[in-house]
Structures are given as C-alpha cells and as structure tokens.
Design a protein around this ligand. Structure first.
Ligand SMILES: Nc1nc2c(ncn2[C@@H]2O[C@H](COP(=O)(O)OP(=O)(O)O)[C@@H](O)[C@H]2O)c(=O)[nH]1
Ligand SMILES: [Mg+2]
Length: 422
C-alpha cells in the first residue's frame, strides 16, 4: 500500500487540516474517497478537535510526534488505498527528517524523531504543509531566510533520496491570503515571489506540485479580553480539500502502477532466470547423456579391441614361438627325478644292533644345476635326517647312498624311512 506523509512545522495547520479532512471524508466524497480511521484513538482525537472548531475555537498546539500516533487509510471505491500519517516537527527538525548525517548517525536522533524520519523517508507521497505567514508575515529577515532554507533543504533531500516520492508543497490557511492570490494570480507565482529559492529549485519545472488549502474558510472576529481574534464560524466550509484528495489518488495510482510494473518486471526476470536455469539443466543433461554414451561406446570399443587382440594372441604364432624358444633354450631350473630308491637293514654282525641303508638313483630332467637328495630315518616318532647336494647336468644320473648305524638299534619297533630330491 502506498504511504502518505503529511509533514509540517508547528503552526502550519496540520491539526485543523487533518481534522477537517477526516470529518469531511468520514462519508465518501463525490469521487468515492473515504478516510478510514485505523483505531479508536484516531476517531476520538478527530471528534474532540472537530467539536472545538465548531465551538468557534482553535485546538491547543500539539507536541511534536503526537499527531504521528494517528493513522488512516484513504480508500477509493475502486480498491485503491493509501496509508496516511502526520509528521509534525520543529522547524530545525525538518532538515533532520531527511538529512543524510542523521540517517548515518541514527543514535544522535531522538527515538521519536527517528520514527518520523523513517516513515517520511520511505513515504511514496509527501505533502509539505507551509504557512505563508512564515514568509510573508515574518518581518525578521534572518528568520524568514532560515525558514525558506529549511524548506528548500528538505525538498532537496526528498528529491534526491532515490525513493522517487511524489511531492507537493501545500500552502495552508489560504483564506488569510486572498490578497496575495489576487496579487500573484496563482499560488505558484506566489511561491516565486515569496519563496524564490524553493521555487527556482523545485516548483519551476513542476517536479514538486503546488497546492493550496483552507481548512477553515469561514471565520469570525471575536473580542478576547478586549482584543479582537479570528475564530472558526460554526459549520465553516473548507477549500482545496477535493483537489488535494484527487491529487493524492492520482499519485497513489501512479505508485501502484509502478510497483505492479516493477513486480511484473521482477517476475519476468525471475521467470526468464528459471527458464534459463532449465535450459542450462537440459543442456547439462544432454551433455551428461552424450558423455555416458561416449563412455559406453568407448568401453565397448576397448572391449572390442581387447577381444580382437585376444583373438590375435590366440591365433598368432607368437606365443607358441615363445614356448618354442623356451623349448629351444631348455628349462631354466634343475628338475630332479627320483628314478629308483630302496632301503635295507645293515647288520653290524651283532644281533642286538643294526643299521639301515638307503640308496637310489636320481636323474636331472631340468637345467644344469644343484640337486639335493634328502632322507629321513624314523623310529618311534624320532627322525634323523641326512642329505647330499650334487651338481648334475641335464640328463645326468646320480646314485645316492645313506646309512645310519648309530640311532637304529635293537630289532624292536618298526623302522621307517623316506627319501626325496629337490
Ligand atoms: N484562518 C485560518 N486559520 C487557521 C487554519 N488552520 C489553522 N489555522 C490557524 O493556525 C493555527 C495552528 O493550526 P494547527 O492546525 O494547530 O497547526 P499545527 O501546529 O500544524 O497542528 C491555529 O490555531 C489557527 O490559528 C485555517 O484553515 N484558516
Ligand atoms: Mg498541531
């Protein structure tokens, strides 16, 4: 929802203005606009001030920030709505509302003013309420210049803060300045005459709209302790309200259209990005498929090559050539072959003791080299080994012969033996 900030220094006429506007729009106007108060306090406040005005009195001046508590939504029949808040501050705070140093140093700003500043800076529509008395009626040149400077500075900052707020300078209490209007023919010309710097910087090219209102057109003079004073006439009329509400509505429409266009644009960008992402994903998948296909093909190719190679190996004569070569070269290690072996008892001549004799023949069927012939004499779980190593040429025989006469004695028990060649 677009937000509206109605900003003005003390005495600019905000309290009387908002009360009059809220009361006049508490029923729908002819353009279908309606001020919807957002809480009971807002209604109570407006009712109280309205009663005061209709009792021919002005409301007591409000302390800065008090009016900010009030809140309305201004609503049109077509569904358009804006949030309205009032920002009242002292003249010197008008700059602080928009000044960058304050934004950069929010701790230096009183909490109350910070709230006002936050709202004002973010507002889509800003109405700056100006009482011409601060310029025309101000006989103090310095004060007049500083009033104008504060206003210009606020507008400068507002125009440059990038939020693109729709801004209007609103002259208030114009029932008192009909002479000025006659003299200048319109309010923009009056600004040119009485606020030349503000005019030159902001109003000249209509970047900032110029408007004028009189919340209380009908006034009467009363004697207050003998001195004459102007007070509202009961059932007073207002001027400029309709024009201002229409202007707010037009700006709000523009804000909403811009917001919608931006949202659409963002959605379009998002959609485009999603599509791009999808396209990238699809391309990625295609590439992945292709790579795995190629990998498979590659794998198959390797398998095919291996198969062909295998066939070649199987069919080629190279391996058999190798084995032939090996055959031609002969075996590389000795291959002892036990041709025969036997054993017999050898007596010492004495009956009580005997020995065992093992003999046999070994042939080397392998390469020339050393051959070891081993034997074991075994009796009652005990064994006594012997061995002999001989160098044998390929095909050469060796007759071996082992005897044990020391361990084998008595004819008791069974004698076992084994012999082998390595
Ligand atoms: N003649 C006339 N005087 C007004 C009008 N609005 C405000 N004033 C005078 O300006 C004073 C300040 O108005 P107020 O709304 O309280 O200003 P605020 O400080 O901005 O809230 C009032 O007490 C009135 O004397 C108006 O429409 N016509
Ligand atoms: Mg006030």
């Amino acid at each position: 929802m677009p937000t509206v900030a109605i900003i003005g220094t003390e005495g600019s006429g905000k309290t009387v203005f908002i009360t009059t506007l809220a009361k006049r729009l508490s029923v729908e106007n002819k353009l279908g606009a309606f001020m919807n108060p957002q809480d009971r306090r807002t209604v109570q406040y407006i009712e109280k001030v309205w009663t005061i005005l209709n009792n021919s009195e002005w409301p007591a001046s409000t302390s800065p920030g008090e009016l900010f508590e009030l809140e309305w939504t201004l609503e049109w029949r077509d569904g358009l709505r804006v949030d309205i808040r009032l920002v009242d501050c002292a003249g010197q705070d008008l700059r602080a509302l928009f000044a960058d140093e304050q934004a950069a140093n929010p701790e230096g700003m009183p909490e109350q003013l910070r709230q006002l500043a936050d709202y004002s800076r973010a507002a889509n529509i800003v109405l700056l309420m100006v009482n011409l008395k601060d310029f025309i009626g101000e006989s103090n040149d310095e004060r007049r210049t500083s009033n104008e400077w504060a206003l210009k500075y606020a507008l400068d900052l507002l125009g440059s803060n990038g939020a693109g707020a729709h801004i209007a300078l609103v002259f208030t209490q114009i029932d008192q300045y009909q002479e000025v209007l006659r003299e200048c023919s319109d309010w923009k010309n009056a600004a040119k005459k009485y606020l030349p710097y503000v005019y030159g910087a902001h109003l000249r090219d209509d970047r900032v709209a110029t408007m004028a209102v009189a919340s209380v057109v009908d006034t009467q003079v009363i004697l207050d302790n003998g001195s004459p004073r102007r007070v509202p006439t009961p059932k007073f009329r207002s001027t400029g309200m309709g024009t201002m509400v229409k202007w707010i509505g037009d700006q709000a429409k523009a804000v909403v259209e811009k917001q919608e266009a931006e949202a659409k644009h963002e959605a379009a960008i998002r959609e485009q990005k999603e599509q791009d992402d999808k396209r990238v994903q699809a391309a990625e998948q295609r590439r992945h498929k292709l790579t795995s296909f190629l990998k498979r093909i590659g794998g198959l190719a390797i398998v095919a090559v291996l198969l062909i190679k295998g066939c070649t190996w199987l069919t080629s004569d190279s391996p058999s050539k190798g084995s032939r070569e090996r055959e031609q070269q002969g075996p590389t290690v000795p291959e002892p072959n036990m041709v025969s072996k036997d054993a017999r008892l050898v007596g010492t001549g004495a009956l009580e003791s005997f020995g065992l004799e093992i003999w046999g023949r070994v042939r080397n069927d392998g390469a020339d080299g050393n051959v070891t012939i081993r034997c074991e004499f075994i009796q009652a779980g005990q064994s006594w080994p012997q061995y002999v190593t001989v160098r044998l040429a390929h095909g050469e025989y060796y007759d071996f012969h082992f005897t044990d006469r020391t361990h084998l004695w008595q004819n008791s028990g069974q004698v076992q033996w084994k012999a082998w060649a390595e």
